[in-house]
Design a protein around this ligand. Sequence first.
Ligand SMILES: [Zn+2]
Length: 134
Amino acid sequence: MSWKCPQCGVEGLGDALTAHSIEAGGCGYSKFPAGVVLTSAAGGKELALRLPTMLGQSVLRTLDPVGSRFASAEQFRVDKSAARGGWVVHNVSHATNPTYLNGASIAAEGQVLKAGDSLSIKGKYLQLSIRLLD
Ligand SMILES: [Zn+2]
């Protein structure tokens, strides 16, 4: 399967590509995921985000009642970034326990979420896997 760039009409772009990037001779169009789905490793419950969202203990409790005890009222933030071509997770500096992405601290400027990434509290609690919506 391949796709056609909706911005300039070039066909045959590979499925692995999410952008018709200028660096690769394209027009700069970037496919933007419609949202992010968080899936809890504890029980498999899912939460779909289609808007920029601040997540905290009350929402996270629905995904993982045990792990969410380590979450603060405001734990991490997921924003849309057109400039970065995706959904960006930000640590909340006033959260008691830091949120980790793939087992490591989240960079200060936030990081773009990719399918298969995992979020957690300190790499131990509230393990959430990431899926992107088309
Ligand atoms: Zn294009």
